[in-house]
Unconditional design. Structure first.
Ligand SMILES: C[S@@+](CC[C@H](N)C(=O)[O-])C[C@H]1O[C@@H](n2cnc3c(N)ncnc32)[C@H](O)[C@@H]1O
Length: 298
């Protein structure tokens, strides 16, 4: 009777009634249950951290909201959404591809299976590039193998450098262009092999090229197989593409080069760069003490 009266009132007043079916689980326990499910294939601490990311980035339920309103019941829709995500994740698909974006240095970048998932260690490339640009007085930089565009776009936004971004993959380049559009920044774009598609004089080259040894492929974690092979692997113990870039950069009279490299590649690449004519070559290590960035100057 009460319901009928409420219904008539709602219809007369054009009120839209939304019926939400809820599960028996509240947000607090659903988050914990997810961590437990993820721990079937992830170490416990990673599973816990990732479950927070799903809730925070995927559902908009971060720690503060869960602490304040965690007793609210999860709707059936959200429960189904979590199940669908879980089915993809348990087959090895990285969370970032499921979500479709990632934050890098405080900005949101769209990520697709045609692009590498940006890594935190690439921040060292960015920081080294900013320092080298100042030292050599560069006004223009080329980001080679831009992928989602993180390096080129961030350089264009946070410095006064005019940036050209290149990639051999048309699909990756189109993701990078969309990211630049979303972030409201202008770059020059070129598709092709390393520096070949760039016609203008080159001052500073910045790059995170593929550098994983092809021979290590079989031993790698399954998540990596979802990323484009051309973004990851190189022959010559992983150093083929980096070596070509070091050579092309000096041949094109670049004043400086900052390139991400693999762990243990520092000594060999330093001596190759010196042999090619680079005057000063430094190797920077990341926080885990792995060779990570080669910085070369004329
Ligand atoms: C390791 S990913 C880096 C992506 C992005 N810069 C980042 O740091 O997340 C390497 C990128 O280089 C591109 N690439 C591979 N070989 C290339 C080549 N010979 N010339 C230009 N780009 C290349 C791949 O398509 C991929 O987007």
């Amino acid at each position: 009777m009460i319901l009928r009266r409420l219904w008539r009132k709602a219809v007369n007043n054009h009120i839209v009634i939304k019926v939400v079916f809820v599960s028996h689980q509240d947000f607090k326990s659903a988050r914990k249950a997810l961590a437990k499910r993820l721990s079937i294939f992830l170490p416990d601490t990673e599973a816990d951290a990732e479950s927070w990311r799903w809730f925070e980035e995927g559902l908009g339920w971060g720690r503060a909201r869960i602490i304040a309103y965690g007793e609210e019941l999860v709707s059936w829709d959200l429960e189904n959404q979590i199940d669908a995500w879980f089915n993809r994740r348990k087959d090895g698909e990285p969370w970032v591809y499921i979500l479709g974006w990632i934050m890098w240095r405080g900005r949101r970048f769209n990520v697709t299976p045609e692009t590498l998932i940006p890594r935190p260690e690439t921040e060292l490339v960015f920081e080294s590039a900013v320092q080298l640009a100042t030292l050599i007085g560069a006004r223009h930089a080329v980001d080679v193998g831009t992928g989602t565009g993180i390096l080129g776009i961030t350089l264009a936004l946070d410095t006064s450098l005019d940036v050209t971004a290149t990639d051999i993959s048309k699909e990756a380049l189109s993701v990078a262009r969309q990211n630049a559009q979303c972030l409201n920044v202008k770059l020059n774009w070129a598709c092709g092999n390393l520096l070949e598609p760039v016609n203008d004089p080159i001052e500073l080259v910045v790059s995170n090229p593929p550098y994983i040894d092809l021979e290590d492929e079989a031993t790698l974690q399954r998540e990596l197989f979802f990323e484009p092979r051309s973004a990851l692997f190189a022959s010559d113990h992983g150093m083929e593409v980096v070596t070509k870039l070091i050579k092309q950069s000096i041949d094109r009279n670049a004043k400086g080069l900052v390139v991400e490299i693999g762990s243990g590649q520092g000594d060999e690449l330093r001596s190759r760069a010196a042999c090619m004519g680079w005057q000063t070559v430094d190797i920077r290590q990341d926080t885990a003490k792995h060779d990570r960035v080669l910085i070369a100057r004329r």
